[in-house]
Design a protein around this ligand. Structure first.
Ligand SMILES: Cc1cc2nc3c(=O)[nH]c(=O)nc-3n(C[C@H](O)[C@H](O)[C@H](O)COP(=O)(O)OP(=O)(O)OC[C@H]3O[C@@H](n4cnc5c(N)ncnc54)[C@H](O)[C@@H]3O)c2cc1C
Length: 396
């Protein structure tokens, strides 16, 4: 049994990505007296690589603004328009007087956010990997590769493959999407190993999503986003598959991505492909056990697109409010954490998105996809506006 006075920290956050950093920032905003009682453990060193296309929606920017942060400080490219396509036609999303998506590189964004956390006086220990989490009646014991910590509360912010979920909810069902990503120069055109004329119908500065792989059993889309590396204009390509059609057969992802890139004059074989899973949200999941809560990808990202940065930032606010109340009321059961998530604007948006994920990808026939992206377009746009986006403003 831990003597409460001996506890080293009240809140130990495992993982220093957007969800862990957001939890810490929201916590000091609403309970500043906890600043010295929070510790973040991050296995990497900033600026650390993170496979991600880095597209921020307006909701991410709103949550950062509410924390007094201006993401314009991070190198970025703005996509004026997002275009969602099926078989050559689809939905164009643009917002009045602003960009549709802001695209950052995650090494730069996460290092910037971590610096903001450090500036608030919160300690981040880098290069420490958590190995085991053992909740006790009166504390949580956290074993790492270097030392063992004892804390009141653990926040599992360690991503889709995180150790926290595996320790506390080992039998929980999971929904994991597979994702591949490729970075290319913006202009370089290398088709079939030789210079080929640019034959690219994609416009510079537009973010493209193409759902053409759905009828072939890939429950997702390919993307082509503008981005930058060290100020050089680049393109980020990728393919996302929720895996919900995997009960049939699991088609390869590389071939459709290669076909899409070739259509725009790029030869995939010339570039490095990287892959990483994304755990997506289900309202039926558990998000906490006594003294341990999950945020970000560890709790579940969006199923339709695999969007998770704004969502990770949003989980941070809900987690911070739950932690403050747990400490104030000396009740560490977190038995209302799931309800708080589901009733929040974020949880409502995620639940709707999970429903749309099942409809959009299970009904994978060409005729339905055409109907959805063309005939049904005004309804899709309205539903996106009301339920998929715009939850950030309602989070306060
Ligand atoms: C290819 C790809 C493209 C994507 N594109 C987009 C996009 O364009 N827009 C978008 O919104 N989302 C995108 N996502 C999703 C987005 O990257 C995630 O949703 C987001 O990173 C989740 O943040 P997080 O803080 O929960 O987890 P992470 O960002 O994964 O951070 C987890 C942190 O925990 C640390 N960690 C892990 N295990 C341990 C341990 N045992 N001990 C200590 N530290 C640990 C890791 O080093 C990491 O820093 C993409 C994902 C992928 C894979």
């Amino acid at each position: 049994m831990a003597n409460q006075d001996m506890l080293q920290h009240d809140v130990l956050i495992i993982g220093g990505g957007p969800s862990g950093l957001s939890t810490a920032l929201h916590l000091v905003q609403i309970a500043p007296h906890l600043t010295n009682r929070i510790l973040i453990l991050e296995k990497a060193h900033y600026p650390r690589p993170k496979l991600c296309a880095g597209a921020l929606t307006a909701d991410a920017e709103i949550i950062l603004q509410c924390l007094g942060l201006n993401v314009s400080e991070v190198p970025h490219v703005d996509a004026s328009t997002a275009h969602l396509d099926f078989a050559g036609k689809g939905l164009t999303i643009s917002l009045p007087n602003t960009h549709a998506l802001r695209i950052i590189r995650r090494n730069e964004f996460d290092a910037w956010l971590a610096q903001k956390v450090k500036d608030k006086g919160i300690e981040i220990r880098e290069g420490i990997t958590v190995k085991k989490i053992q909740p006790q009646d009166d504390s949580v014991i956290v074993e790492t590769d270097s030392e063992t910590f004892t804390t009141q509360i653990v926040v599992g912010a360690d991503g889709s493959n995180g150790i926290t979920r595996r320790c506390i909810l080992p039998n929980e069902s999971i929904h994991t999407a597979r994702v591949l990503e490729v970075i290319t120069p913006e202009q370089d055109v290398i088709a079939s190993g030789k210079n080929a004329p640019r034959n690219d119908i994609h416009q510079v500065g537009v973010a493209y999503f193409d759902f053409f792989p759905v009828p072939s059993g890939i429950a997702g889309y390919t993307w082509d986003f503008p981005t930058q590396i060290n100020g050089e204009p680049m393109r980020c390509w990728g393919i996302y598959d929720t895996n919900i059609l995997a009960y049939k057969q699991r088609p390869g992802l590389k071939e459709p991505l290669a076909a899409e890139m070739l259509r725009h004059g790029f030869d995939l074989s010339q570039y490095e492909i990287k892959g990483h899973p994304i755990r997506w949200f289900s309202p039926f999941n558990q998000f906490a056990v006594p003294r341990v809560i999950l945020v970000g990808d560890a709790a579940g990202a969006d199923g339709i697109f695999g969007e998770g940065i704004s969502i990770a930032l949003g989980y941070g606010l809900i987690a911070a409010q739950s932690i403050r109340d747990a400490i104030t009321q000396n009740d560490f059961s977190f038995d209302d954490y799931r309800r708080r998530i589901l009733l929040s604007p974020l949880g409502q948006a995620l639940t709707v998105r999970t429903g749309i994920t099942h409809v959009l990808y299970h009904l994978h026939w060409v005729w339905f996809q055409k109907f959805f992206w063309r005939v049904f377009k005004p309804v899709v746009a309205l539903a996106a506006w009301l339920f998929v986006l715009n939850w950030g403003k309602r989070m306060k």
